[in-house]
Design a protein around this ligand. Structure first.
Ligand SMILES: [Zn+2]
Length: 318
């Protein structure tokens, strides 16, 4: 049997036909701007599923389930999308609408939870029983897998790790609180720290690195400057890793997972500059335990495909 996973992203709907081991067999993508309302969303998902069956040369009856990952809140039991950050829709009964067009089991889930499920089954979390993912992007997303299942809390909203406060009265967060982890550990935060450092030292290597990138500050700027021996760039990296580590250690102390995987654009930095200093700092700060029982901190493996693969796996073991 095959499964379909659909990732509702900021600009695109990406869909893939997946085999049981998590390989994407064929993929399709459309602009999210083409989706006008909830009916057209349901129709589009059904149409993409049928197109994938055609592309994959299989009858639709060979598709065991369809999963949809959205950036927002869902009601998993009813297949309802309560809200998403990127579509102006509220309380969409997606499963019911989808069944007007296609009679296949449909599951909806938060996209960060999908990424965690994908890594658990087919990536960095294989072999773990208790597994946490942290995705460093525009914000900081998280997913918690406990004994093979996504941990949802009482209402499906659990796992919003980016909104734990790590600095009391710190940077304002759109969620309403101050000092949230994502205001310090996201790529957005890293860019803000880089900009402030550049403004404070306008004649340094960091400024030069940014000028070479057409004046654009990226999540890589400070790491590149540090590699060229720049003390200011290195100081930004050190500060960023300290903030990142603070939240990571909070998660380790609360959940003590076997494995904690870090994904998203920032995680692509070299091990020497990111993962190794992070591991060393986390080992010092975590509640002491035997080395063989310590949480392994690793990089996520599936990259931007995790959303599709995890959405497809939603129908597994149900
Ligand atoms: Zn927040």
């Amino acid at each position: 049997m095959k499964r379909v996973g659909i990732d509702v992203g900021g600009t695109n709907l990406k869909a893939g036909l997946i085999d049981e081991s998590g390989h994407i067999l064929v993929e399709r993508k459309i602009k999210i701007a083409a989706v006008e309302d909830q009916e057209s969303l349901a129709w589009t998902l059904a149409q993409m599923t049928q197109d994938l069956a055609v592309d994959g040369h299989i009858p639709i009856s060979e598709i065991a389930s369809v999963g949809v990952g959205v950036p927002g809140a869902v009601e998993i039991h009813t297949g309802m999308v309560l809200y998403t950050c990127n579509l102006p829709m509220r309380n969409v009964p997606l499963r019911r609408l989808f069944h007007h067009y296609l009679n296949l089991p449909l599951y909806v889930e938060n996209d960060a939870n999908c990424a965690a499920l994908a890594e658990y089954y087919a990536g960095a979390g294989r072999g773990s029983k208790r597994f946490v993912t942290v995705t460093l992007g525009t914000g900081v997303g998280g997913g918690i897998i406990h004994n093979g299942k996504i941990y949802h809390g009482s209402n499906g909203m659990a796992g919003e790790v980016g909104h734990m406060t790590i600095v009391y009265d710190g940077e304002q967060c759109p969620c309403g609180r101050r000092g949230c982890w994502e205001q310090y550990a996201s790529a957005t935060a890293l860019k803000r720290m880089t900009r402030r450092a550049m403004e404070a030292y306008p004649n340094g290597i960091l400024k030069q690195v940014i000028a070479e990138n057409d004046g654009q500050i990226s999540g890589q700027s400070a790491f590149i400057a540090a590699r060229r021996g720049d003390a200011v760039g290195q100081a930004v990296c050190d500060q960023y890793i300290r903030y990142l580590c603070t939240g990571i250690v909070n998660l380790i102390n609360i959940f003590q997972p076997d494995t904690l995987a870090i994904g998203g654009g920032v995680s692509n930095e070299s091990d020497e500059q990111l993962l190794i200093p992070l591991r060393n700092m986390a080992a010092e700060e975590s509640i002491p335990c035997n080395r063989d029982r310590m949480t392994r901190i690793v990089k996520a493996q599936l990259g931007t495909q995790a959303g599709i693969i995890g959405a497809a796996f939603l129908g597994r073991k149900r």
